[in-house]
Design a protein around this ligand. Structure first.
Ligand code: NAP
Length: 296
């Protein structure tokens, strides 16, 4: 078998067109233009490229964005002060703090300073708690993007066994929660694997849907995948490659060549989960703006 590729770029483009239409409608009917505040501290090249992509996506959707850049020497107080100022800025409905922050800054303290109603990344404890108990909240972008991909690709999750490799707060844990929800894109029976798991392959081989967010290239190869499984590769790893102008290439957490021979559906890296993550940030910012408009 050779897997069909799940084209995240195409799905994301479809969703972004829907979001842009909704932004235009909101502006016309209420005068509210969704706005995103972006905070970038330090000179991490990957962070810079993520922030640039997010701001470009905002502009293309007709949203307002405002960026504050701080030097790598910025203190926790400096970053929190910008967050607090953005909390008060009525033009901004969402705030994004690009992680990682420079060494010495407690990221949790910075995230906690974001008003929950502007937490469009869904990282504050209030949002995480609301998601857990099924209350209205902002769903974290990467896990939500994965669920949207599965829904739009027509993948049935109900009654199927989903295995998630990884238990981080931003990907593994929340995607496992969403897959187990009593909701569309949920109702799966979910197993979470991590570095404490003994014999990883014995679990991954039983997955109808396998989500891999381990942060290491080649964590999963074809021998660890059930024939016909749907495989979502969340990983983004830079692998040295002298043939590329930048000296590296991007790859996911699964060994693409062997897994594509076994899976039925597989996300590529790049062009899989990544574009959906940015799309869900736009989705949440629009949602935040709609809530503001409804309260006016
Ligand atoms: N495309 C996107 O939009 C997007 C967004 C976010 C993240 N990512 C990528 O997704 C990957 C995961 O991100 P993250 O933030 O969740 O990473 P993370 O915080 O490093 O967490 C990795 C998780 O994987 C587990 N793990 C690592 N190696 C394992 C192994 N061999 N077997 C089983 N479990 C293993 C770890 O277990 P322990 O808890 O036991 O340490 C941990 O829970 C990264 O490559 C990241 O760049 C992509």
């Amino acid at each position: 078998m050779s897997a069909t590729l799940l084209d995240g770029k195409k799905l994301a483009a479809e969703m972004r067109a829907e979001i842009a239409a909704e932004v235009a409608r909101l502006k016309t009917e209420t005068g509210v233009q969704p706005g995103l505040g972006v905070i970038l501290a330090g000179e991490n090249p990957a962070s810079l490229s993520y922030v640039t992509a997010k701001e470009k996506a905002c502009a293309e959707a007709g949203m307002f964005s405002r960026e504050v850049r701080l030097p790598g020497t910025a203190t926790q107080q400096d970053v929190v002060a910008v967050v607090q100022e953005m909390n008060r800025d009525a033009r901004l409905h969402g705030i994004l703090v690009q992680l990682p922050l420079p060494k010495g800054i407690d990221e949790r303290a910075v995230i906690d300073a974001i008003l929950p109603e502007k937490d469009v990344d869904g990282f504050t404890p209030v949002n995480a708690g609301r998601m857990l108990i099924g209350e209205t909240c902002f769903l974290p972008c990467t896990p939500h993007g994965i669920i949207q991909m599965l829904l739009r690709a027509g993948v049935e999750t109900r009654g199927r066994h989903a295995v998630v490799v990884g238990r981080s707060n931003i990907v593994g844990k929340p995607v496992a929660q969403l897959l187990a929800r009593k909701a569309p894109g949920g109702d799966a029976t979910v197993t979470i694997c991590h570095t404490g798991t003994k014999d990883l392959a014995s679990f991954t081989k039983t997955a109808d849907i396998l989500i891999v967010a381990a942060g290491h290239a080649d964590t999963i190869d074809g021998s660890m995948v059930k024939p016909g499984a749907v495989v979502i590769d969340v990983g983004v790893n830079r692998v040295p490659d002298a043939t590329k102008p930048r000296g590296y290439r991007l790859c996911g957490d699964v060994d693409f060549d062997s897994v594509k021979e076994v899976a039925s559906l597989l996300t590529p890296v790049p062009g899989g989960v990544g574009p959906m993550t940015i799309t869900m940030l736009l989705f949440n910012t629009l949602e935040a703006a709609k809530r503001t408009a409804a309260a006016m």
